[in-house]
Write a protein that binds this ligand. Structure first.
Ligand SMILES: [Fe+2]
Length: 226
């Protein structure tokens, strides 16, 4: 990667801009290399911030993102937002909560069966307890999901099945804060850890503000719901 500019956004998240990056050979048809979940690419980042509406406004107005879906309160305050540059549901999502923290990195898989294969592979090698939530389907984004915790405790989402947002007439989809189908379309509830635990970021200077190897368990349950 060439020269980069690292800044702090209004939520306190560290963001890096770069100008050029070396290209590499594509591996799409190197099926002989596929294993485990057969991950295809990084799809999105999901972050917890304390003022989602401010983050939403900054990324739309200053960085050219568009909103695909959002959760709103009765007063029409934005409670959670899914924002994109590529024509999918999101490149970054912001959820209301103690922050700024990284909630998860989402990896794209080629089909739902790859998520189920990943569960079988993980269970067979002793990583069953690392499966935190799912498989299931989100109402928001319509994606098929599986959440895992890596050996350092950071959260990974295996993700498939959202939709194109390339239509310039696409209007952001509003979900009511009180509608449980937005988090899990099928209605089952996520574990407390999914709401309470997230990873801390490095500061702009590269300092580690909180141990990244042991995600901090917040003593006070945050009041957010996605
Ligand atoms: Fe996600």
């Amino acid at each position: 990667m060439g020269r980069a500019l690292r800044v702090t956004d209004p939520s306190g998240l560290t963001v890096e801009f770069y100008h050029e990056m070396d290209t590499v050979n594509r591996l799409l048809q190197r099926y002989d290399l596929y294993k485990g979940a057969k991950v295809q690419r990084i799809d999105h980042f999901n972050c917890m911030v304390e003022d989602v509406e401010a983050a939403h406004n900054f990324y739309l107005r200053e960085l050219g993102f568009r909103c695909s879906e959002y959760t709103a309160t009765e007063n029409e305050n934005i409670w959670a937002a899914w924002l994109h540059r590529k024509p999918s549901v999101h490149d970054v999502a912001f959820m209301n909560g103690l922050g700024p923290r990284l909630h998860h990195v989402g990896y794209w898989l080629k089909d739902p069966m790859s998520l189920i294969d990943a569960c079988d592979v993980l269970a067979s090698i002793g990583y069953g307890p690392n499966i935190e939530r799912g498989p299931g389907r989100h109402g928001l984004s319509n994606a098929f999901f599986l959440y895992l915790r890596d050996p350092d405790g950071h959260r990974i989402e295996l993700y498939n099945g959202d939709y194109l947002t390339s239509d310039p007439d696409f209007k952001p989809i509003r979900w009511d804060l009180n509608d449980p189908r937005r988090a899990t379309f099928w209605g089952h509830v996520a574990p407390d850890s999914w709401f309470e635990e997230a990873s801390h970021f490095l500061t702009l200077q590269g300092d580690q503000t909180v141990s990244l190897t042991e995600p901090k368990l917040e003593k006070k349950k945050p009041t957010f719901i996605i």
